[in-house]
Design a protein around this ligand. Structure first.
Ligand code: TRP
Length: 462
């Protein structure tokens, strides 16, 4: 089969906009609003944010373009896409392993992602019932801690979220995905702007901005740099085939580079606005920027509890956060589901149920890591922390590195030019250069420095 006659058995997007919306729906999620602010807070702010932005530009964007391109050329699940393309290019038969690691990473991430999304679900209810009306910072914190110490509650929300995800996945790309994202993404954006307006009047806006944007490199550790890079992959949904699968549903005539740039900008803007809304509230109330995974849940309810119309806006905010998480979680499990459909001859419905049950079971480990298993640690990390570290900071960058190597070195220039169908040769060459040299080098250097190897090496040489 030539690459021109290839089309995806799972359907195709109805227009370019739907691809942009779905990919943005995948990228914008808990990573932007929950994770980015808290890891920025834990790693000292400004310098961390700078490294993160740098990683987005020199690693994230080129890899995103590469993933979309590979996906559209292969038009199958990531595993089979890598099979077809590596054969077509006459390359090693080990490349499909890359698809495999993606399936695994997506499954692992979803297992804890769903638990955190469950928190948001809980907060919709708390918000709507007025729990936070003129609450103090201490009271808001207690609500959060009570939630984490209650395994039953966490399990119920986690279960509901997994079921909701699987219902959409079972209905397929066109039926389920398209419609959900179109309205909700813009609405979330508007609410973030409202929150930003509140933060501006909180009295500590400048302090919040200074924290986020004044780099203090003494506050940044080697591990912090690794976390910043890992987050660049996480927030853009890269390194596990999610964007590859979405690319496989993309129409031939749409520009890959232009759409990728739009997605990257949208994702970054949302994260930065979330940070700019949250940190002023942190400082205005004397809270701790390094509060950890609870940061959003301990700051925003405080703001909503004080603002006029806070009951309405607060409830709406957590509903929208939930939808943002929903559209991301769908993409986390899509590679596994498409693979089961293609290779195990399963119906989409059956495949969704199988994936759902497995993810749910693993997610119970994360549920318990916040209470009964809080003291059970490996490498000084709880189950949740370990899973997060392993996926976001090791698996995604590693797969991203190999995607860059595949697109940069294993694919011929002709195949790439043909798929990109661009007239801008200069930009094409620039992208190709980034993929071949800059991205692999940058990822390797970050890995090495984070384990302190580079320092030792330099010491030996001098
Ligand atoms: N990008 C999403 C977020 O920021 C999470 C996500 C969805 C993801 N699909 C992914 C992360 C694939 C890594 C890989 O919340």
């Amino acid at each position: 089969m030539s690459e021109n006659s290839r089309s995806s058995m799972h359907g195709q997007w109805s227009s370019r906009w739907v691809f942009v919306l779905a990919a943005t729906g995948s990228a914008v999620g808990l990573g932007n609003i929950w994770k980015f602010p808290y890891i920025a807070g834990e790693n000292g702010g400004g310098a961390f944010v700078l490294v993160y932005l740098l990683c987005i530009a020199v690693i994230g964007l080129p890899v995103m373009i590469a993933e979309v391109m590979v996906g559209r050329r292969g038009r199958q699940s990531p595993v089979n896409t890598m099979k077809v393309l590596s054969k077509e290019e006459g390359r090693s038969r080990l490349w499909p392993l890359l698809g495999w690691s993606g399936v695994l990473a997506g499954f692992l991430i979803l297992s804890y992602y769903s638990v955190i999304a469950g928190w948001a679900l809980n907060y919709v209810i708390e918000m709507a019932s007025g729990t936070f009306n003129s609450s103090s910072a201490g009271e808001v914190k207690t609500v959060f801690e009570d939630l984490l110490s209650d395994p039953l509650k966490l399990t119920i929300w986690h279960t509901l979220f997994i079921v909701a995800t699987m219902v959409v996945v079972a209905r397929g790309v066109r039926g389920g995905l398209e419609k959900a994202v179109m309205l909700l993404m813009p609405a979330l954006f508007v609410l973030l702007i409202i929150l930003l307006g509140y933060a501006m009047n909180s009295g500590a806006f400048m302090q919040g901005l200074a924290f986020l944007f004044t780099p203090d490199f003494s506050a940044l550790t080697g591990k912090g740099v690794l976390i910043a890079m890992g987050h660049a992959f996480f927030t853009l949904s890269l390194g596990m085939g999610a964007i590859m699968v979405y690319g496989s549903y993309m129409r031939k005539e749409d520009s890959i580079a232009r759409t990728s740039i739009m997605i990257v900008i949208a994702d970054t803007v949302v994260a930065l606005i979330a940070g700019m809304a949250i940190f002023p509230i942190v400082f205005a109330n004397g809270l701790e920027p390094g509060a950890g995974p609870g940061l959003v849940f301990q700051t925003l309810p405080l703001a909503f509890g004080q603002m006029t119309g806070g009951l309405f806006f607060g409830t709406l905010f957590f509903i929208l956060l939930l939808f943002a998480a929903w559209s991301s979680s769908i993409s986390l499990i899509e590679p596994a589901v498409t693979w089961l459909v293609e290779n195990r001859n399963m119906k989409r419905r059956t495949a969704s149920i199988v994936c759902g049950v497995a993810t749910w079971a693993l997610g119970m480990g994360t549920v318990l890591s916040f209470n009964l298993w809080a003291e059970v640690k490996l490498f000084d990390m709880t189950f949740f922390e370990l899973l997060d570290f392993l996926t976001a900071n090791i698996m995604l960058p590693l797969s991203g590195l190999f995607i860059a190597l595949f697109a940069g070195w294993a694919m011929s220039r002709e195949s790439k030019l043909h798929e990109m169908a661009t007239r801008h040769l200069f930009a094409f060459n620039g992208w190709n250069f980034l993929l071949k040299y800059v991205t692999p080098l940058a990822v390797t250097v970050v890995f090495l420095q984070s384990i302190g190897l580079l320092e030792q090496l330099i010491e030996k040489l001098s």
